[in-house]
Design a protein around this ligand. Structure first.
Ligand code: GLN
Length: 549
């Protein structure tokens, strides 16, 4: 028998669905995360999931230019970058179940069809695809772990691709007990400068589209560059069939981290609580959040960090790194200005000039040959000039290759990813990757334990000797060269206790103010309430460097 959605009444959780209209990029992820934060601050246990209407099984195979960064969870899922916002806001991990694509839905249904689960039946979008969507929409709410599950539906209403998701939500709303679900629709009120006013028509149209598909939103969140006058709220309420106090204004914010407070002021959480008849919460405790905002908005220092990568034209490609700098900056009461540098154009001749005036350099993760040599030049420059350096994943591998070439005296050293025939493969394909031919979901993914060398910079930064960090790579430090590196001063200060893989390299304090590379992605674990220790220390090193300390 095909797995049917379990009886909705068995589920104690309440479900909030967030859809978007008018245009993409309105910030559904931030609104969802902000609402979740407010509900969490009132004592509810909340999680957020994202349903994406594309056919890739996950975004792992997408070029960052297509879809921004690929966010990796502890359990090794390659997911949409909005999950990063969810974790940063809620300070709680997400998992594979929190991101579902059309591709994954179809994959599940088609596999079941091959197993004979639907024998004799025609397999159709309705009910088979919508049943599978519903099953996954309810999943996180069923084991008693959460009071509220917020589901963000990717895409924009009216898109052909989103229709099965909207239909699944329609059915669920009908199946779930009254007051156990609600729909929030995010729209845009464009401002026409020539007319000098905000326009409601696109919002009316997008709500009409939604209603045509059978969904009546309960709450409208209206993105706007200007405050919405009361009579306009009334008009929107009347024509979109919502109460006036359910028309929520969402003005452009100076920081995404201000949005929860803006939504609190607009009483979005209060509306949700009342509509869902949620019992037992308290007034929102946002003390830590406000403290963070206070530090963020009143920096006493500033530093400039170069972010050297090959996807710099699209800032979303490095979303978690940028956010980790915001968290670590606020912690240090320091404004971190991130200057992006296209590694493809860095050369031995121009590196010094391109990196002039920076107080630290972060060499970014990445794949493939483009920009690799430029990253080598960035590392050489910072290593030789005592500028704080932080390498992440490929950035760490670059640091190893650079050290091999210029300190170990192996001029042709490389990673076999860039030069399969290098005589000195100081970075090489991991043993368990050698027979892998499939591309999707086959890297070393997710959280692994790492033991830190006592007294190392890494151990000092973390304040402990065992850590867990998230990975996404196929290549690794080649342990055949370990002794030579250590003898030449580059220390392997973090090692995976099970496999012996080198996870962190660093130069000692005596020779460099801050030179650390990690094979993992620390940026994925940095949150507002837990800024990542390596970012915190790196920013601190940049402040000291700037002051000449
Ligand atoms: N391309 C490198 C690898 O696969 C680094 C990956 C990364 O930076 N995420 O090992």
């Amino acid at each position: 028998m095909p797995e049917r959605p379990s009886s909705p009444s068995a589920s104690a959780a309440k479900y909030i669905f967030v859809t978007g209209g008018v245009t993409s990029s309105l910030g559904k992820g931030i609104i969802s995360a902000s609402l979740a934060k407010l509900l969490q601050a009132r004592g509810f246990r909340v999680t957020i999931q994202k349903f994406d209407p594309y056919i890739n099984i996950d975004p792992g195979t997408l070029n960052p230019y297509e879809h921004g960064e690929c966010y990796v969870t502890d359990d090794g899922a390659e997911t949409d970058l909005d999950l990063g916002h969810y974790e940063r806001f809620l300070n709680a991990p997400t998992s594979q179940a929190n991101n579902v694509t059309t591709g994954r839905i179809y994959d599940t249904v088609i596999r079941r069809e091959r197993e004979g689960a639907f024998l004799g039946k025609t397999v159709q979008v309705v009910p088979h695809i919508t049943d599978e969507i519903k099953r996954r929409m309810l999943l996180l709410g069923q084991n008693g772990e959460f009071d509220i599950v917020i589901t963000e539906i990717g895409g924009t209403t009216g898109d052909i691709e989103s229709l099965p998701f909207v239909e699944a939500v329609r059915q669920l709303r009908w199946e779930l007990p009254p007051n156990d679900s609600l729909v929030i629709h995010l729209t845009l009120l464009p401002y026409l400068a020539a007319a000098g006013e905000l326009k409601t028509k696109p919002t009316q149209h997008s709500v009409r589209d939604l209603r045509e598909a059978g969904l009546q939103p309960d709450i409208l969140v209206c993105r706007s560059e200007h405050p919405i006058p009361a009579d306009m709220r009334r008009k929107i309420a009347l024509f979109c069939n919502v109460k006036m106090n359910s028309v929520i204004e969402s003005l452009d914010a100076d920081s995404i981290y201000s949005v929860p407070l803006l939504m609190l002021k607009e009483e979005l959480d209060a509306r949700v609580i009342s509509k869902l008849r949620l019992q037992g919460g308290h007034t929102p405790d946002l003390e830590e959040w406000k403290e963070f905002l206070g530090r963020l908005k009143n920096p006493t220092e500033d530093v400039t960090i170069a972010l050297v990568g090959k996807y710099v034209e699209l800032p979303d490609a490095y979303k978690s790194i940028i956010e980790a700098f915001i968290h670590a900056g606020a912690f240090n009461e320091c404004k971190v200005k991130v200057r992006t540098i296209q590694s493809e154009f860095l050369t031995p001749e121009n590196a010094a000039q391109q990196l002039e005036g920076v107080d630290g350099v972060l060499v970014a993760p990445g794949f493939g040959e483009r920009g690799f040599e430029g990253k080598i030049e960035a590392v050489r420059h910072v290593r030789e000039n005592g500028i704080p350096f932080f390498g992440i994943c490929l950035g760490m591998q670059v640091a190893v290759v650079e050290y091999a070439r210029h300190v170990l005296g192996l001029p042709q050293a490389s990673s076999t990813e860039m030069d399969p025939l290098t005589p000195d493969p100081v970075i090489a394909l991991m043993a368990d990757q050698k027979d892998v031919t499939q591309k999707g979901g086959t890297m070393r993914l997710g959280a692994y334990t790492c033991e830190l060398k006592r007294g190392s910079r890494a151990a000092k930064a973390y304040g402990r000797n065992t850590i867990s960090e998230r990975h996404r790579h196929r290549f690794e430090f080649n342990n055949e060269y370990l002794e030579r590196f250590e003898a030449a001063g580059l220390s392997a200060s973090g090692i995976n206790p099970d496999t012996g893989l080198v996870e962190i390299v660093e130069l000692p304090r005596e020779v460099h103010p801050w030179f650390v590379g990690g094979q993992f992605h620390p940026e994925l674990k940095s949150t507002v309430e837990n800024p990542h220790p390596l970012f915190v220390r790196f920013v601190k090193a940049a402040i000291q460097y700037k002051k000449g300390l």
